[in-house]
Design a protein around this ligand. Sequence first.
Ligand code: PMP
Length: 348
Amino acid sequence: MVECPPRTREVGGSSPPRSTIPSSKSVKSSIPRTGGVKVPEAKYIWLDGRLVPWAQATTHLMTHSLHYGTAVFEGIRGYSSAPGGGGELNVFRLLDHMRRLEASAKIYGFPLRYSPEELASATLELLRANELHEDVYIRPLSYLGYGTIGLVFSEIEPHVAIIAFPYGKYFHKDGLNVMVSTWRRICQEATPPAAKVSGHYVNSVLAKMEALRHGFDDALMLDSRGYLSEATGENVFLVRGGTLVTPPPSAGILEGITRDTLIRLAREEGIPVEVRDVSRHELYVADEVFLAGTAAEVTPVLSVDGRTVGSGRPGPVTSRLRALYESVARGSDPRHPEWRTPVYGRGT
Ligand code: PMP
């Protein structure tokens, strides 16, 4: 195991030599400058059991995960029960996310230094230390550090970071125009999409950037068989004749926690749910289509490949589930208290 050296080290007090090679490339490209979300700095990042000041939570360039994509991560949201202030901050399905982190690591055989319960406690500690009370995004990341070069990671020290910062909407539009990507979703025979592994996201990046370049807001991907899989960072739902339809895990999806939440809430509301393979043309004739994910929450899709979905406005089932999801996550609807972990213990 090799410890990461300090970030800058001057040998013998002299400055390191400067490179004389200038960059001949312009970084300006045709890639649209939209869609990214600036990250507001918080005070601390939780790193391997310590609270480290935000700017000091860095890693060495020889970090294994940076070269080979060998990190697992989660995206979690915390919601204020009173967005105007004075309420409780509730983390949504905290332990379920940490369990999925553990499952992702297990699929690839990566070591994870902490149990889901320990990581859940660490998250609460971090949110309190950062004095966060508004809506937040939480990013646990377990990565393989600096040690040996090559794919074998048995000699490399694993690290866990938890980052949390204030966060609003992921999509700044009330409805999306999406395309079916020319890129297929990664297939489970090669890299199991059920694991939330950093390296998998190059697939989503290709599809997302292609969509933005063509003037769309996001992309839907088909699986290797040609059936609907999911969007770049969201699961997808259709409404057909009052039934909610969503692709199964065998279509190469990440089994989303928002997807699970919506399936359960829909069934409780008496909305029929079908988990089945979906053909591409069904997107064109569906009454409603929406994306679902922790960051995206429930976001209506207004058109697919230039074909208007339903009336071209968010449909009634989408709107109902969207409102229900928000009220359950915030705690203004008291159902499913087991999904909300209060940070400050004031109750919902
Ligand atoms: N699919 C992919 C590829 C994702 O990155 C995400 C976001 N984690 C989802 C689906 C939705 O999962 P969840 O609802 O758990 O955020």
